[in-house]
Design a protein around this ligand. Structure first.
Ligand SMILES: O=P(O)(O)OC[C@H]1O[C@H](OP(=O)(O)OP(=O)(O)O)[C@H](O)[C@@H]1O
Ligand SMILES: O=c1cc[nH]c(=O)[nH]1
Ligand SMILES: [Mg+2]
Length: 216
């Protein structure tokens, strides 16, 4: 597979640990949800590292004035969780980006055909072009869901350079589709797995992320 897009798998002990917890079939739903929250937190932390716009300023400490650097409050930051499973990453992501706006996008695969349909779209009509958008999509499998999400977001005026994806398990078919259309997109994932089975599940993956996070 030739990949032009940039896929980052951060070498971080907490990411490895929570991925192992999430993968384990014996992990109960309540702990699975915690693992997803932690993965959402640490992968979002890595994803915003070179992406949040900064602003130089001066601050007065109790003792003296000094140079300071803030996150520029004039550049909007948005988080788009792909329901349902993306909701499980939201607490962690929102924890490090507390002023971000949250725009929910509800997508579901037909379990037989794997066709994706949209049942909830709370995206605005347009984003300001400089808006930084973090998409939370834990499973990149066939790529049908993330391609629909990217199309909806990009058509609202944001270049793919300003979009980053946080995923937990990414599979080659989804990465291939993304790279063909969005070569400058950056993806932060806990692991790249070997492939998908004939039912569209990632192998070894972690099973159905939505069902496991919500106990259904
Ligand atoms: O790359 P794809 O083949 O499109 O698969 C990925 C999608 O599959 C799951 O959603 P699902 O349809 O199971 O909905 P859920 O999150 O509500 O469980 C997962 O949460 C992703 O959104
Ligand atoms: O393995 C997979 C693939 C798609 N969606 C999931 O929740 N798990
Ligand atoms: Mg599901």
């Amino acid at each position: 597979m030739s990949l032009q897009l940039r896929v980052y798998v951060p070498e971080h002990p907490l990411i490895k640990h929570w991925l192992a917890v999430a993968r384990d079939i014996n992990t109960p739903s309540v702990l699975f949800k915690s693992a997803m929250t932690e993965l959402g937190r640490w992968l979002s932390y890595e994803a915003v590292r070179t992406w949040l716009p900064l602003m130089d300023a001066k601050v007065q400490t109790p003792l003296a004035e000094c140079d300071a650097t803030f996150v520029n409050p004039e550049v909007p930051v948005a988080v788009v969780p792909i329901l349902r499973a993306g909701l499980a990453l939201l607490d962690g992501a929102h924890n490090i980006l507390p002023v971000a706006s949250i725009y929910h996008l509800g997508l579901v695969r037909n379990e037989s055909t794997l066709e994706v349909s949209c049942y909830l779209n709370k995206l605005p009509d347009r984003f300001l072009p400089e808006t930084r958008i973090l998409i939370l999509e834990p499973m990149l499998a066939t790529g049908g869901s993330i391609m629909m999400a990217m199309k909806e977001i990009a058509s609202r005026g944001v270049a793919s350079e300003n979009i980053r994806i946080v995923s937990i398990v990414a599979a080659p078919p989804a990465l291939q589709k993304l790279s063909e259309i969005y070569p400058h997109l950056q993806i932060y994932t806990a692991i790249i797995d070997e492939g998908i089975n004939d039912k569209g599940y990632i192998i070894p993956g972690l099973g159905d992320a939505g069902d496991r996070a919500f106990g259904t």
